[in-house]
Design a protein around this ligand. Structure first.
Ligand code: COA
Length: 338
């Protein structure tokens, strides 16, 4: 059939320090019961003051490269998704590249938030099929904890997010039997920017009137913290993830019951249960990690993949279906045989 791309290495990393829900109770006037009931989250990892997004990305990348049986010098492109960059510019991919000591290779930063990993593997697939690159590192990494309002004002958002990174290495593969051979079978990518302000980080920003992108007033209003309309996000997430996954399965001729492991974005356990309910999926095949890591945005899917492999829930040759939804709004789905 021709050349496709496949995931040949997977790695993840979370910082060691764990914050249980009860650790947030006093900080944010919340409760373990509220968080578990509404989101399924029990704990999350948050970085120490010295660590940055590219530090977490580095650890996950080294593990993925090792898992692929490669030397880091084999990598010829880095695609990095994050909404919590080390700095506004340059992209965090460049900081990661320097830490990997891989000068001159192609680096691409993408800004598709919770859908970043699905966009990332889709872009990698296209570069690989073009023949221009052979060992592409796709990374999702986030340090949310340094950007959250950890006072009662921020509790509706801040209890949800954790820090972490996940990475995969993708390579070309000869695909003879598209149903059976390990490869990325399809990705579907979407966005609808009219909902951009339903989940966003307003400040600092060039869209503010005036000659500066930053002011004391913006900070006093807390506009440098993420703002979210949780109910709107919830409804759209269920609808769009179900819709996109259905289309991906139809396109590839795959029935839901053929899928061995569903790796969904981890925003809320109730979102994933609802998607399962709407589509009639076997919920035992959905591998959730939100209980232990919270929402790590661009990292949730590769982190989940690594955890599923370690737990023996995902083996070489298994069929994986993935879907994500997030800020933008962006959403998408992917199907691959591992
Ligand atoms: N602890 C305790 N109480 C909290 C709280 C917290 N952390 N956060 C909010 N509350 C309170 C609110 O103040 C409100 O109180 P009130 O009824 O007295 O006004 C009540 O809980 C309900 O708040 P609401 O925001 O309406 O809750 P909800 O049922 O919509 O659940 C989310 C909130 C965030 C869990 C839910 O909307 C959600 O998960 N949405 C999707 C978010 C998401 O996926 N984001 C990432 C996208 S990638």
């Amino acid at each position: 059939m021709g050349i496709g791309s496949r995931i040949v290495g997977v790695g993840s990393y979370v910082p060691p320090k764990i914050y249980e829900n009860k650790d947030l109770e006093e900080m944010m006037d919340t409760s373990n019961e509220w968080i578990v009931q509404r989101t399924g989250i029990e704990r999350r990892h948050w970085v120490d003051p010295k660590s940055s997004t590219s530090d977490l990305a580095l650890e996950a990348s080294l593990k993925a490269i090792k898992d692929a049986g490669l030397e880091k010098t084999d990598i010829d492109m880095i695609i990095l998704g994050t909404l919590s960059p080390d700095h506004d510019f340059p992209g965090t991919g460049c900081f990661l590249q320097a830490k990997l000591d891989l000068p001159e290779i192609t680096v691409l930063d993408i800004r598709q938030q919770c859908t970043g990993f699905i966009y990332g593997i889709s872009i990698a697939d296209k570069f690989i099929k073009s023949g221009s690159h052979k060992n592409i590192l796709v990374v999702g990494a986030e340090v949310h904890s340094k950007g959250l309002d950890k006072t009662p004002r921020g509790r509706g958002v801040s209890v949800l997010f954790g820090d972490g990174a996940g990475a995969v290495v993708m390579q070309p593969v000869e695909v003879n039997d598209p149903k059976k051979d390990p490869h990325l079978m399809t990705t579907r990518l979407h966005a609808d920017g009219k909902y951009a302000k339903e989940l966003w980080l307003p400040a600092p920003g060039m869209a503010f009137e005036g000659s500066e992108r930053w002011s004391e007033e913006l900070m006093a209003e807390g506009l440098h913290y993420p703002q979210m309309n949780g109910k709107v996000v919830f409804v759209h997430a269920v609808k769009r993830m179900a819709e996109s996954l259905t289309a991906a399965c139809k396109e590839t001729g795959i029935k839901f019951e053929d899928v061995d492991c569903f790796l969904f974005h981890q925003a809320n356990l109730r979102i994933n249960s609802k998607v399962a309910e709407v589509l009639g999926l076997d919920e035992s095949k959905i591998f959730n990690t939100i209980q232990d890591f919270g929402n790590t945005t661009a990292a949730t899917i590769p982190l989940g993949m690594d955890e599923a492999i370690k737990a023996g829930k995902l083996k070489k040759g298994d069929l994986v279906a993935s879907a994500a939804f997030g800020s933008g709004f962006t959403w998408g789905s992917a199907i691959w045989r591992y």
